[in-house]
Each structure stands twice: as structure tokens, then as C-alpha cells.
Ligand binder design. Structure first.
Ligand SMILES: CN1c2c(nc(N)[nH]c2=O)NC[C@@H]1CNc1ccc(C(=O)N[C@@H](CCC(=O)N[C@@H](CCC(=O)N[C@@H](CCC(=O)O)C(=O)O)C(=O)O)C(=O)O)cc1
Ligand SMILES: N[C@@H](CCS)C(=O)O
Ligand SMILES: [Zn+2]
Length: 767
């Protein structure tokens, strides 16, 4: 029996990689310094895994920015627009693809980014053209294998499988299907595998999480062709095939017939597939099984008793030596180390395991399976006790909250009137111009603002002083928004550390870590709150600052809240009750806040739901049930106000096509969406569906430091104007501006307002 994991977090327990990357981008450190930090992190990760008894330790799971971008570089899939960046300057090219580049006559946009399956991790979307060619360009995988070898660790290199790589990408022109490129891509993979096997690599982990999706026959055939070809050419190579985040489902038969050494199962997301596999006529008894019993997506302690039962079941059909104990998916999605948390209550801390603790769990589970396991029995008992304690803890249950959810009625998820009546009333109440301009909520979270919060947290800045600084920042931002002529203002979210953590900190039922960082994209991290119990709102959460901001201006100010599905989705959520039940509890807490904002004079309230698409189950069979409760939860949160109050929602990084009916069903008066990186492509779904309510297609890609020109914004707006009724169009950036600096924000927003004014002028001239 062996142990493995599919990947380890890489940002650093103290976000060392984030800090090094950002210092490198700011030219405060050079390439050598950055690469040294990276090597230190990789080395620490490998040694940690070795020390924890992991047998098959992954390499090439590290990335300076994103593993899909690494794969693009590996196979030379570099879009034409980067050709002016010298290829020898690999890091400049790499970060230009990730973030865009504006310097010395070069002005290139970044590649698109989207969500990695149903996680809050974003990957860079590969771009393919009809005449796409591939070549073995970046040798990172070799370099990392050698780096580990240099410290005496023989690793299992991880590659994103060619089929998943193609499916995750996008055709940039018509007339071909990206899967047709497999014939050209596969030879490059073979070249890479050749180099790895020449170095003595025994196992390669191929990540093919596309197997968790509904695939067509040609996609399944592509999987079969790929692994038959690899096996034919490298019969001695041990192919470790990893699918995760859901079952193999109807791809199981294909997967079971592949010539692979080890098949990985995510047994956290899909318990039942083990029975299906063991009972399948296609199951080859010589195939090893990697049993992903330790949750790579959540932070609850493993239930050893349950895991051992699962392993016992596998052992009825699979020889002991053919079992590998592993994490359900890469541990990338969990924080580093629970030992760093000194402020978590013991009661709660005893229920948790972060990445380092998960390594230890995997090792313990394996040892508990051995005949001589005496030394590990105390750990088994400790685990049993902690889990029992969680089941019965008084910290978790609140009957008042449970009853309120039980008493919800259909009427609680409906506004008083339908949209057209509300629209007319809101027009009167708000008196906005055509093409109203607004922003999505946050303004730059500068170093100063974050430092005030840090000092305040450490007790070095009093509540009063902190509040005064925030108030001044809000006032400045209101003046700025008025000066440039925005129509609907925001307070700027300066008081918030994060749009989910901030609410979690103010709601009952949540706990917080100090170092529970998880990479969201590139150098950006989030610290998901730990949602352990019934959720309720004790006090108002946002009214003070929104009311204050509104008092500074005659223009309408948007109250700013995070929606129930997003709070659920971006927290480490309890696994002892259905997600739907937890979501309704959050919805009621947000509803109370919405009603309070209205009471305090806010005429527009935005309830952000950027995670609604990401929460969609990977398999379509499960969509309807999810969408039903998710949309309902949003509606519960939004429906406590009168018709005149305008409810906005915001979503970013979403493919809307498949779920557009549900988005319309959310019945927000206005929705702002991400569209600029995709050149308004994402708007298509709204147009085809005849989306009934108002819509603000983002015209400024806020994830890149690039300032969009007036012309670019105008072009995007013209595209929107061609397909949407003009009375429905809002003009706004893609998403919040918290990651941007003020100078570029000012320039970009000025351009946005100018573009909207120009459009209005053109309308006047037409009359
Ligand atoms: C909209 N997005 C979000 C997602 N998920 C969320 N939970 N939140 C989101 O906003 N998913 C999809 C997208 C992803 N986008 C982003 C965008 C930006 C960030 C981001 O900027 N993250 C910050 C960390 C934010 C935070 O929690 N800050 C705290 C702690 C501040 C801190 O680092 N303090 C320093 C000292 C201050 C200093 O000197 O700089 C310290 O403690 O050492 C706060 O503001 O109080 C990031 O830095 O990565 C994430 C996802
Ligand atoms: N209101 C949030 C939404 C981000 S998705 C912000 O502006 O940052
Ligand atoms: Zn957003």
C-alpha cells in the first residue's frame, strides 16, 4: 500500500510566493530572487511531504502563476499577439500572457481567465487557432523533477492531460474544433514523456478532470487514443490517471479500459463510484486504485473510521499492494498549516485539518491498515473523539435559525411586483440618465488601507482612529466619483478585508483563521471563513458605512452586499447538513441587512453573486436541483424591499449560456457581468435569451493593470448597443477595483464616463 497526494499548495504558508511575484512585477527584486523564493517553497513542500510519509510525492504541481498557463508554455501554445516579446525572456512572456503588458511600444492584453471547475481557483484559458501548432517549449517539468532529485526525492511529475488541456481552452476562430488538435499536441507530450522517462521517471500523474464532466463519444475516444498511444510508446511508464471533483460517471467504462497503472478516485465527492468500479466487468484486477479519501476541498478532519471502511471494501477486490491512499484532489484548495493558528478556539480547531495535517492523516490511515498498527491506535481514538465532539457540539445548533428557515414561504422569494412595474417606479425614484455609469463596489485596497487594518487588528490603531481613516477614504472616493461624473456611486469597500470574510466575521456560525490563505488567481489569495454552525445576523453589518457614504452625496449610492450563494461557495462550509439548508440561513441574514439598508435611505442595493455559476455541479444531471435552491436563496435575500428599491447583482468569470434562464429567474433589476476580456462574447447568452432586465456588460478588464482606451470602451459599448435595448444598458467595469492602483483606476474610469457621455450625445444628435 502506498500514499500520495495530487498536489500541494504553493503560495507559501506566509504567502511568500505572492510577495515575491508582486515585488518582481514592481521591479523591487530580480528574476534570480523570484526563482530562489520559488525553489525554497518547492523544497519545503517536498521535504514536508517526505517527512509526513508520503510515498509518491508530486512535482510540477508548483507554478509561479497558474498550472494551465505553465502547460501552454510547455507545449508552445503562445498566442500570436505575444510575438513581440522575445521568447528568450520567458518570464516576461509568461507574465505578459497572465497579466498583459504595456511598455516601450508593446501593448498586449492578458489571456482570459476562468474558474477551474467548481473551485474558486482561476486558470488562464488556452487559446487555439485553426492553424495551431505545438512545440516543446518550456522545460519546467524537467527542471522541477531535477530540483527534487537534487535533494534526494524521486517525484511523480504532474501533467495536465492533453484532453483536459484542449477542452479547457477556447477556439479563437471558427472552422475547427479544438479536440481536432490532439493529433498535433500528442507528439509534444510524447517528446516530454520521453525526456522524463530517460531521466528515470517511474510514475507520471496525468490530470484529466474533464472525466468528471458529461463527455461526448469523440471526447471519450480522445482519452482512449491518448493513453493507448502513451502506453504503446512507453509500456514501462506507470500512468497515474487522476480524475477529481466528481465521479467518472458515464465515462467510467472508458476509464476502466485504459492501459493505466493507477486510477485515481475522488471518494469525497463520489463515494458510490468505488462500488461501481469494484463490480464492473471492465475492472482490470491489476489496475491499482488511488483512493482519494482525504478531502482536498475542505478543512474538516477526516473520519478515519469511515475511510477505513472504504478501504476495507476496496481490499475485498484489490490486492493490498495495489491500493494507494490519497487526497481527493490537489491540496491546492486548502490552507497550509493548522499549527500556525493560535487564535482559533480549541473546540473548533480540533475538528480541522489543513494541508500539512492532511498529509499526516493520509499517512495515519495507511498505517492503520497495516497489521502492526498499535502506534497509530491513539491517533485513531483521538480522531474518533474529535468527530464525535463535532457531531454533538452546542456551538453548532441554533433552533431559532432552523425554525426561521422552516417557516419560509413562497412569498418570501418574490418581490411585490414584476420587473416592468418595478422598473417604472425605479426610473421615477432614481432619475438616472441613459447609459448610467457605475462601478462594481470596491476601490483600490492600497497598502495603506490594508496596513491600517493590520495595525488595528494588532491593537496599534484604535477603533476611532481606524474609523476616521476609513471615513476619510470613503469621502475622498465619493468626491472623486462625483468629480469624474459617475452616476451611481459606491462607498468603496475600504473597511472590508474580503467580500466574503468580512461578512463571515459579522455573522454567527463562522470562525476565522489567521493564515488560512488559499490561492485564488496568480498572486491573489483569499482566506475562506470556516462555516461551522447555524448562521444568524446579530447586528447590522454594512449600514454604518453605506449610510455615511450616502450622506456625503446627492447622487444615489449603492449599498453593497455579498449574496448567500457566494458566501456559501467561498467559505469552508459545514459538511454535516445539505448546502441548501446552510444557504437559506445565510439568505435570511442577508435579507435582514438588505431591509436595513433600505430603511436607512439606500435606494440601490447590490447583492453580489459571482459564485453562483461556480457552484453549479459538474454533471448536468444535478444542475436543476442546485439552480432551484441557489436562485431561491438569492431571491429570499433580495425580496424584502419595496418596488422602488433597485436590486443589482454582479457576476464575474461566468459562462452564462447554460444557466441564463436561472440568471433571469434571479430577477435582479440590474446585473453587471464580466465581458471585456472575452470582447462581449459572454453577452451573447443574454441576447439570445432576450434577457428581460437591465444589464451592465463590463467594459474594463480590471484584472489587468492595462488602462483601456476611450476607443476600446466605445467599441465594446457599440457592440452591446447593437444587441441590447439602450434603456437596459449600464456602463461599468468588469468587477471590483480592489486589486488596482489609483492612477490606472482614475484614468480608466474617466474613459468609461467619457464613453457613456459620448454615447448619450450620439443619441441626442439622432433625435
Ligand atoms: C472577486 N473575487 C473574490 C473571490 N473570492 C473571494 N473570497 N473574494 C473575492 O473578492 N473569488 C473570485 C475573485 C477573485 N479575486 C480576488 C481579488 C483580489 C483578491 C485579493 O486582493 N486578495 C488579497 C487579500 C485580501 C485580504 O484578505 N486582505 C486582508 C489582509 C491584508 C494583508 O495582507 N495584510 C498584510 C499587511 C498589509 C500590507 O502591508 O500589505 C499582512 O497581514 O501581512 C485585509 O485587507 O485586511 C491578497 O493580497 O491576495 C483576492 C481574490
Ligand atoms: N463588490 C465586489 C464584487 C467582486 S466580485 C467588489 O467590487 O470587489
Ligand atoms: Zn466580480
Amino acid at each position: 500500500m502506498k500514499t500520495t497526494i495530487l498536489g500541494y499548495p504553493r503560495i507559501g504558508s506566509h504567502r511568500e510566493l505572492k510577495k515575491a511575484c508582486e515585488a518582481f512585477w514592481d521591479k523591487k527584486i530580480n528574476e534570480e530572487d523570484l526563482l530562489k523564493t520559488a525553489l525554497d517553497l518547492k523544497t519545503r513542500n517536498w521535504l514536508q511531504q517526505q517527512e509526513s510519509g508520503i510515498d509518491l510525492i508530486p512535482s510540477n504541481d508548483f507554478s509561479l502563476y497558474d498550472q494551465v498557463l505553465d502547460t501552454c508554455l510547455m507545449v508552445g501554445c503562445i498566442p500570436e499577439r505575444y510575438k513581440y516579446i522575445p521568447k528568450e525572456n520567458t518570464l516576461e512572456l509568461y507574465f505578459a500572457m497572465a497579466r498583459g503588458l504595456q511598455k516601450e511600444g508593446i501593448d498586449v492584453t492578458a489571456m482570459e481567465m476562468t474558474k477551474w471547475f467548481d473551485t474558486n481557483y482561476h486558470y488562464i484559458v488556452p487559446e487555439f487557432e485553426k492553424k495551431q501548432t505545438f512545440n516543446y517549449f518550456s522545460k519546467k517539468v524537467i527542471k522541477e523533477y531535477k530540483e527534487a532529485l537534487a535533494i534526494g526525492i524521486e517525484t511523480k511529475p504532474v501533467l495536465i492531460g492533453p484532453v483536459t488541456f484542449l477542452l479547457l481552452g477556447k477556439e479563437k476562430e471558427e472552422g475547427f474544433q479544438r479536440l481536432d488538435l490532439l493529433d498535433k499536441l500528442l507528439p509534444v507530450y510524447l517528446e516530454i514523456i520521453q525526456e522524463l522517462t530517460d531521466l528515470g521517471v517511474e510514475y507520471i500523474q496525468f490530470d484529466e478532470p474533464c472525466l468528471a464532466l458529461n463527455l461526448g463519444n469523440n471526447e471519450r475516444q480522445a482519452i482512449t487514443t491518448t493513453y493507448q498511444t502513451i502506453h504503446r510508446q512507453f509500456p514501462k511508464l506507470k500512468i497515474f490517471l487522476a480524475n477529481y471533483f466528481d465521479c467518472y460517471g458515464d465515462n467510467l467504462e472508458t476509464a476502466l479500459q485504459l492501459p493505466v497503472d493507477t486510477l485515481h478516485l475522488d471518494l469525497v465527492r463520489c463515494q458510490l463510484q468505488l462500488d461501481d468500479i469494484l463490480n464492473s466487468e471492465h475492472f482490470n484486477k491489476n489496475t491499482k486504485l488511488s483512493l482519494g479519501v482525504v478531502d482536498g476541498r475542505n478543512i474538516w478532519k477526516n473520519d478515519f473510521e469511515a475511510s477505513l471502511k472504504t478501504i476495507e471494501k476496496a481490499l475485498t477486490k484489490v490486492p493490498f499492494e495495489n491500493i494507494c491512499i490519497s487526497s481527493s484532489c490537489s491540496l491546492l484548495h486548502t490552507p497550509y498549516d493548522l499549527d500556525l493558528e493560535t487564535n482559533l478556539k480549541f473546540d473548533i480547531k480540533q475538528w480541522l485539518a489543513f494541508a500539512k495535517q492532511k498529509l499526516e492523516e493520509i499517512n495515519t490511515i495507511k498505517n492503520l491498515c497495516l497489521p502492526e498498527n498499535d502506534a497509530y491506535l491513539p491517533l485513531y481514538e483521538e480522531n474518533k473523539l474529535a468527530n464525535l465532539n463535532r457531531k454533538t457540539s452546542k456551538l453548532i445548533h441554533n433552533n431559532e435559525v432552523k425554525n426561521r428557515v422552516l417557516k419560509l414561504t413562497e412569498a418570501d422569494s418574490h418581490r411585490e411586483s414584476n420587473f416592468s412595474i418595478r422598473q417604472a417606479k425605479q426610473k421615477n425614484a432614481l432619475n438616472l440618465p441613459l447609459y448610467p455609469t457605475t462601478t462594481i463596489g470596491s476601490f483600490p485596497q492600497t497598502k495603506e488601507v490594508r496596513n491600517w487594518r493590520l495595525k488595528h487588528k494588532k491593537g496599534q490603531l484604535s477603533q476611532e482612529d481606524y474609523d476616521n481613516l476609513i471615513a476619510k477614504e470613503i469621502e475622498d472616493s465619493i468626491r472623486f466619483q462625483e468629480d469624474i461624473g459617475l452616476d451611481v456611486l459606491v462607498h468603496g469597500e475600504f473597511e472590508r478585508n474580503d467580500m466574503v470574510e468580512y461578512f463571515g466575521e459579522r455573522l454567527n456560525g463562522f470562525a476565522f483563521s489567521d493564515f488560512g490563505w488559499v490561492q485564488s488567481y496568480g498572486s491573489r489569495c483569499v482566506k475562506p471563513p470556516i462555516l461551522f454552525g447555524d448562521v444568524s445576523r446579530e447586528n447590522r453589518m454594512t449600514v454604518k458605512w453605506s449610510e455615511y457614504a450616502q450622506s456625503l452625496t446627492e447622487k444615489p449610492l449603492k449599498g453593497m452586499l455579498t449574496g448567500p450563494v457566494t458566501i456559501l461557495q467561498w467559505s469552508f462550509v459545514r459538511n454535516d447538513q445539505p448546502r441548501q439548508a446552510t444557504c437559506n440561513q445565510i439568505a435570511l441574514a442577508i435579507r435582514d441587512e438588505v431591509v436595513d439598508l433600505e430603511k436607512h435611505g439606500l435606494k440601490i442595493i447590490q447583492i453580489d453573486e459571482p459564485a453562483i455559476r461556480e457552484g453549479l455541479p459538474l454533471r448536468k444531471e444535478a444542475w436543476a436541483e442546485y439552480l432551484n435552491w441557489a436562485v431561491k436563496a438569492f431571491r429570499i435575500s433580495a425580496s424584502g424591499v419595496k418596488d422602488e428599491t433597485q436590486i443589482h447583482t454582479h457576476m464575474c468569470y461566468s459562462e452564462f449560456n447554460d444557466i441564463i434562464a436561472s440568471i433571469a429567474d434571479m430577477d435582479a433589476d440590474v446585473i453587471t457581468i464580466e465581458t471585456s476580456r472575452s470582447e462581449m462574447e459572454l453577452l451573447e447568452a443574454f441576447v439570445n435569451f432576450n434577457y428581460p432586465n437591465e444589464i451592465g456588460p463590463g467594459v474594463y478588464d480590471i484584472h489587468s493593470p492595462r488602462v483601456p482606451s476611450l476607443q476600446e470602451i466605445e467599441n465594446l459599448l457599440l457592440k452591446a448597443k447593437q444587441v441590447l435595448p439602450k434603456e437596459h444598458i449600464w456602463v461599468n467595469p468588469d468587477c471590483g477595483l480592489k486589486t488596482r492602483d489609483w492612477p490606472e483606476t482614475k484614468q480608466a474610469l474617466e474613459n468609461i464616463v467619457k464613453a457613456a457621455k459620448k454615447l448619450r450625445q450620439q443619441e441626442l444628435e439622432l433625435v
